[in-house]
Write a protein that binds this ligand. Sequence first.
Ligand code: AQP
Length: 377
Amino acid sequence: MPDGGLWPVIRKAYMSVCVYLGGVQKSRLLSRRGKGFFILKGEAIMEGEKKKVILSGIQPTGVFTLGNYIGAVKNWAAMQEEFRCAYMLADLHAITVRQEPKVLREQILTCYALLLACGLDPEKSVIFIQSQVPAHAELGWMLACYTQFGELSRMTQFKDKSQQHADNINAGLFTYPSLMAADILLYQADLVPIGEDQRQHLELTRDVASRFNGIYGNVFKIPEGYIAKTGARVKSLADPTKKMSKSDENPNAYVSILDKPETIIKKFKRAVTDSETEVCFREGKDGINNLMSIYSAVTGRTLDEITAEFAGRGYGDFKAAVGEAVAEYLRPVQEKFARLMADKGYLESCYRQGAEQAQRISSRTLEKVKKKIGFVQ
Ligand code: AQP
């Protein structure tokens, strides 16, 4: 198109219409701010001031284990009805341990699809990849400047991980609780679902937020811990005194939620138990206690019912039953995962939308923080 004659006039008129429409869209969003929190395609997906805000995340350090599913992600799916939820794939946290770039990239996509396969719904919650929302790294740095060396030194997870990765005790491993505080505080979360091992991090988040508020006024909501009604702590199948972990070097120690049914059954058959024969929940029977908790979580049966079911039958029968029940329990998740992975376009549209929503929400807090600190905006 030649740049002359009527063309500049048409282009100017077109631009004016775009600016006007952009303004209309923006004012629609702004008018909803006080009311709705998460905004999807111009609509608030969860309106109502009474619903509390929840933030949680999981690292894409491997395919989720049965522990991640029963102990966390399954509960997150249930919480979507009761709360306004933001869920993230914590890839910035994942690099405190060295990751292979190609593997990490694949794992992030796999884990994002798994979140959806486990029941997280992008129409109900904000589901995003942490590194795609720059506010996290920005506020993480700022909060590191309000976190004391002594506080970070006391974190048991730092002590554990620096023992596990003695060749790579990096500064990120040390300061990640400040990033975690940023993750939570950016969304003004009321509640954070936590396991026992994360209590210390939440306490630090609360301390840092109170410290900041004490200096600058009421900037951050002080979050509370939320202990889900269900969700046992699943233990390693190889060492039932340790939690089941997706980055365990021994693949027989964990059940991945994408393991084939025959693999799952085999892993349970090999699970470490004890030298007795009675299936009952008792102190000192860590292996059997773990298997009973898993069986209870996937079948809904009580521990007494399980004891009665396997009375006089020995461990072999019991382990086979747990393996079969878990395989059946994971089947729908695996089927949904396969459907999602076959539609990469849809997955991409979900994580891009999630990042946009997360950026919009978090930037409101970030702007406030920058202003309070005294940065020029
Ligand atoms: N064994 C478990 N039983 C119950 N809940 C569990 N969670 C993890 N393991 C169990 C919960 O899963 C959520 C996400 O965990 P994460 O990936 O952020 O980190 P993590 O707790 O360190 O989990 P992993 O599987 O052990 O990861 P790696 O091996 O990478 O360190 C959290 O809510 C956690 O409580």
